[in-house]
Structure formats: structure tokens, C-alpha cells
Design a protein around this ligand. Sequence first.
Ligand code: ZN
Length: 337
Amino acid sequence: MSSRVRIRPAVKEDLEAITRLRKQAILESPQQDEPREHLIQWGAVLSEERTLRRIAEQCLLVAETSGEVISCNCLDLDEGEMVGPVVKEGHRGQGLGKRMVTEIERLAVQYGMRELITEAAQPRIGFFNACGYQVRPGASHEPDPRTRILSIRMSRRFPRRQTRYGARIRRLLEQIGIPPDYGRERRLKLQAECQQLATIGTDLRGREQLMQPKAAMAWYEMRNAALSDGIELNVASAFRSVGYQVTIIERKKQAGQDMDEILKVSAAPGYSEHHTGRAIDICCPSMPPLEECFENTEAFEWLTDSAHRFGFSMSYPRNNIHRIAYEPWHWAWRNSS
Ligand SMILES: [Zn+2]
């Protein structure tokens, strides 16, 4: 069955199915009092607003088969906690719950977390044990005031090999003076440093620019397609190493800029999409590079209409959840193939 089940980030259209799954799971769990539905504060437990926020953060995952949502699991970045997984009856006992846990753990590692906490309802302690979770020292079975479900706090520390990069970045942040929870707080994932790079020629100042090989090919194709439509796209900046990002931030600090201001326009080292070799800052001859007025150019209009055909999308639109300034010039190649 596993081959036909697809796990993906939830979208708004899944809201109803997710709510139904969670409601069922709460009713099935043993409660301290009689399991009378009217005792449960549904509004507080299944807040639509909170669920939509998790969807926007891409921290709510669903499993789907034949167009039906049969499982969900969520990473609550504020609490550093996994809320789930819930698997629909009829699809249990086939390893799906474990897969959903693994996917949320993968996400937690990408957010630089070293461990994950969960509130396990009594009958699920065995399941979480099998997933590598232990009851927290001193934890006791407490009824959730909103659902009356008896649950206990469990956690799992991730193996060092999974968190090595995160640990390196945490040390760097400390040296520069950036809070360690920067990524989680800004909803920014760690970005791995690309090791294999291909040249994409030089920028306008004659510096060689590099990208991940497949992203580089996609960039060439996109640039040529634009050219044949009479639009010139140039590169202002592509791959940047973690070390280079440190230099940028240190330079701004030494020029007297406030860290909050710096982080509005520059991602912290370890969190810049430019590390991956998939991101590119695009400019055109009619405007100075890296300025908001790029949005008024034909080049930007062309990108808005056509970039998706080549696998590129804009990373930081206006009012993005990361609190990063609007960057109409910053595009990233997101094809996984
Ligand atoms: Zn950029």
C-alpha cells in the first residue's frame, strides 16, 4: 500500500479533512471523564486559524491515497512539538504513522532542532517508544484541560549525524550574535551548502557566478527563452557559501548597522537560499540591481508569467511569513528532479 500513499504538505483545501481526522482521534482517546463530546472545547483544540497558519508554514503534512486524506501530522514551531500523527481507521497497522513521524522529524532537523517533544495519549506510548521516544523524566499523565485526554510528555533526541550541520550553524550564530532560535522563529529552514557547482558566467562586475548544475541548466534555458522574447536577464548573485554570508553580516555590523535591520535583508549564515546553489538574484540593464524597483521592469513581468515553466519561483513576496523584506529579484529553482 505504501507506494500508493503520498505524503505532502497540506493545502487550504485539506482543512475540512484534517479537522475531521483530528476530531475522530480525540473522541477515540481515553478521557479522564466520560467521553462526552460537549466537555471538549473544540474551538480551542481545532482552531481553524491556527491550522491555516501551520499550512502556510508548510509544517502540516498529510498523507493521501486515491484523493482521500487519511493521515496528518504537524510540527508546532512555537512549542518545538509534534502534534500527531493521526491515521484514519482502516489504514492503521501498516507503518503509515511511523512514516508520518519520520517526515515531521526531517522537518524539525531542517529547522535546526536537536530534539522533538510530543504529548502522547496513554495508549500510544508503545507506538512512540517504537519510534524512539522516551517519557520525559518527571513527566506524569495529565488530562488535557481542553480535551480531558490523559497524556504524557515524551521526547526523542536526534542522532548527531542528523544535526551536525545545525550544530555548526548554531556555533556560528552565537559568534556573530544572532539568537539560536532564529530559524524557528523566522520560519526559515537550514539550507545545505552545495558542494558541486557549475559556472553560469560572470555578473556585471565580472565576478564568476556559480549554481548547482541542474539549476544552472534551468537558468540558461530561462535566460535564453527570455532573450528570444526580447528580455535581457542578468545575474547579480548566485551561490554564496556559509563563510561568505558570515563576511556579509560582519561587514554590515562593523558599518554600525543594527542586527534586526541586517536580518531583514540578509539571511543568517546557514539559512540563505544562496547556499544551495539554487537561488539567483536577477537584474536587468534598465534598473540598478537588488532594488525593489525591479518589480516595475519588463524583466520582472516576464519572470512572473514564465519563470514557473523553468522551475523557478520568487522566494520572498511582500509580507512573507519570514519577515524578510520584499525581494522581487530573488528567485529559486525548486525542482527536485
Ligand atoms: Zn538573493
